[in-house]
Design a binder for this molecule. Structure first.
Ligand code: 4NP
Length: 152
């Protein structure tokens, strides 16, 4: 089993979309995908209604997901940790104990813009259009991730 974790700040807008999208592209008997937030502010919460709506527009149901904070334990559980933005990157790396932990973490948009260290914009204070744009970026990135994982 290969395990992949998607991380954002609240675990209600971006990473639940990334989790749902990547799940839809990979075989669940071989790949386990989860998401978490660097803050615990939305622990136990459903994804944001706008993420639920945009996912649903693409045939994905993400309403089984609940927010949870990222923990040090996640470095042991997961093989790949994709973060949405540069502050998530710093917050996750601050909890890493070893180089092996650090090597698991990367910015998800580097999959489609290699080496550019671009961030998925936080859509929380934006309109539904911001969520639609985030969905497209994550869909393209997850297509690349799924292709690479299926080859490995
Ligand atoms: P996310 O978006 O990190 O994509 O889940 C946010 C959700 C909530 C907050 C910030 C970002 N917040 O400040 O409550």
């Amino acid at each position: 089993m290969t395990r992949i974790l998607m991380v954002c700040l609240g675990n209600i807008c971006r990473s639940p979309l990334a989790e749902g999208i990547l799940k839809s592209k990979l075989d669940s008997s071989k790949f386990e995908i989860d998401s978490a937030g660097t803050s615990n502010q939305h622990e136990g919460s459903l994804p944001d209604q706008r993420s639920i709506e945009v996912a649903s527009d693409h045939g994905l149901d993400i309403t089984d997901q609940r927010g949870r904070p990222f923990t040090r334990e996640d470095f042991k559980t997961f093989d790949y940790i994709y973060v949405m933005d540069t502050s998530n990157y710093e917050d996750v790396l601050a909890l890493a104990d070893t180089q092996e932990d650090r090597d698991k973490v990367s910015l998800i948009l580097n999959k489609i813009f290699p080496g550019e260290n671009e961030s998925v914009p936080d859509p929380y204070h934006n309109s539904i259009d911001g969520f639609k744009q985030v969905y497209q970026m994550l869909d393209e990135s997850c297509t690349v991730i799924a292709q690479e994982l299926e080859k490995s």
